[in-house]
Design a protein around this ligand. Structure first.
Ligand code: BES
Ligand code: MN
Ligand code: ZN
Length: 474
């Protein structure tokens, strides 16, 4: 849905009007409506909606919408609820407190825009499609906050579209091409795509091993956003498995069904970089997205194989379904040796164990640095994306040592998400104290509508990373 959101100076004579209600009971009504609305039952819970028709009068419909305690999360839920409940209107006017601050206004815009997201491989019948095209926000004047919200929603939408795309159409080359096309539209962003030949020449053995089973070869996408006088250099690495069958250690059918989402980390880091470039943040950002399809064929890597990563470290493959860490190891080693950033963050749909530990709406965060962990957690809280820090116990690392190579790519000692994070840490070299890893397996996908999330891809990570990059910039 194309939703045009803009600030308006005056209410005018709207057809449909949405008004906020706080859980404290406070309401901000215009006088002429006060009497009509005074008796309306409403608890003000975030996103709670009452739809009040007013036949033959204007506005012909008033939506009372809850903002909870009036924090950013409440306003995001408010925005999402307005979009969903006013979907049969062509336009809606939203009356807001004139002093609504930038964080809240931005959250509201994100909620409005992202709740209108729906992915379809074929278009919805016209009579089923939402009609809402215009939202007028009356009161606030902070255009920069609206722009930040619109950009954030746009790049989140881009990530969602890529994750939702079915894997038949989503080969590594296709995704690399899409990323290149999106990047070409944003000034200051450069792209390099490595094909299998170049990956072999430069020693990216992990990416080649994982991509070897597919007729559609792997790629490594390197995106760079370079502002004029960068304050620092951040490298973002994202897992980009365009479909994860598990490889020869094949997944059971139910576990394989949604594995087109296994490039959610790559989609998120690309979205964040493009957002940073559109908002012209003064941070240099490089994205590394190793893209591969983990398929089954005579060319697939095998249990017992030893692969040599970029930089020379080796992994004994005990399970071809632990493929994410094998491609990420190459990318992390490359970032550390060649890019030498100030900070290194990776995002990956890495383990089912993350979902077991934290459930559907909380990602796992790993970092040796308390400051980096705190900064990401705060950015996530502001973005409406929750994460929880899990430990990196050094004494577990012995379980990762191979008899025949440096490391094993899989363990069976429990704590699957922790063990995967510990494996990745071994590839961070001198950046180890300035590295963080987000295991976003569960949060990459939503099984149904939940506030600004629609069923399917969530675009998780884009909003957190953008806010974190904004904070890093100063
Ligand atoms: N892509 C999966 C992890 C995953 C599972 C993401 C469910 C989203 C939802 C990953 O490649 C994987 O298969 N991990 C294995 C690791 C194991 C073999 C050590 C897992 O979690 O079972
Ligand atoms: Mn796997
Ligand atoms: Zn995977």
């Amino acid at each position: 849905m194309q939703l045009d959101i803009r600030l308006s100076a005056a209410r005018g004579a709207p057809g449909a009007l949405a008004l906020p209600v706080y859980s404290s009971g406070e309401r901000e009504f215009d006088d002429e409506l006060t009497a009509f609305l005074a008796d309306a039952e409403h608890q003000g819970g975030p996103g709670e909606i009452s739809s009040l028709p007013r036949p033959l009068r204007k506005p012909h419909k008033v939506f009372l919408v809850g903002v909870g305690d009036g924090g950013p999360a409440g306003w995001r839920a408010f925005g999402a609820a307005v979009t969903r409940s006013a979907s049969r209107e062509t336009s809606v006017t939203v009356e807001l407190p004139a002093d609504l601050d930038g964080d809240r206004l931005r959250a509201l815009v994100e909620g409005l825009k992202l709740a209108s997201y729906r992915f379809r491989e074929v278009p919805l019948a016209a009579d089923k499609a939402p009609k809402l095209r215009k939202v007028h926000l009356v009161g606030p004047t902070d255009e920069a906050a609206v722009t930040a919200g619109l950009v954030t929603a746009d790049v989140t939408t881009l990530a969602r579209d890529w994750v939702n795309k079915n894997s038949a159409d989503k080969s590594p080359a296709w995704l690399a091409g899409r990323i290149q096309k999106a990047a070409a539209k944003v000034p200051g962003v450069g792209v390099r795509i490595r094909e299998p030949r170049e990956l072999a020449d430069e020693g990216f053995g992990g990416i080649l091993a994982v991509g070897g089973g597919s007729s559609r070869g792997p790629r490594l996408v390197e995106l760079t956003y370079t502002p004029k006088n960068p304050t620092k250099h951040v490298v973002l690495v994202g897992k980009g498995i365009t479909f994860d069958t598990g490889g020869i250690s094949i997944k059971p059918a139910a576990a394989m069904l949604l594995m087109r989402k296994d490039m959610g980390g790559a989609a998120a880091v690309v979205g964040a970089l493009l957002g940073a470039a559109q908002l012209k943040l003064p941070v240099k950002v490089t994205v590394l997205a190793p893209l591969a399809e983990n398929a089954v064929s005579g060319g697939a890597f095998r249990p017992g194989d030893v692969v040599r990563h970029y930089g020379g470290a080796t992994s004994e493959i005990l399970n071809t379904d632990a493929e994410g860490r094998v491609v990420l190891a190459d990318a992390l080693a490359y970032a550390v040796r060649k890019l030498r950033p100030d900070v290194l963050v990776d995002l990956a749909t890495l383990t089912g164990a993350q979902n077991v530990a934290l459930g559907k709406r909380t990602a796992a965060l790993y970092a040796d640095s308390d400051d980096l962990a705190e900064a990401l957690t705060v950015a996530g809280a502001e973005a409406g994306e929750r994460m929880w820090r899990l430990p990196l116990p050094g004494d577990y690392v012995e379980e990762l040592v191979s008899d025949v190579a440096d490391w094993v790519n899989s363990t069976e000692v429990g704590g699957g998400s922790v063990m995967a994070a510990l494996y990745l840490r071994e590839f961070t070299g001198a950046l180890r104290p300035r590295w963080a890893h987000l295991d976003m397996s569960s949060v990459a996908w939503s099984d149904g509508i939940d506030k600004d999330l629609s069923k399917g891809a969530t675009g998780w990570g884009v909003r957190t990373l953008l806010r974190w990059l904004e904070a890093e910039a100063v």
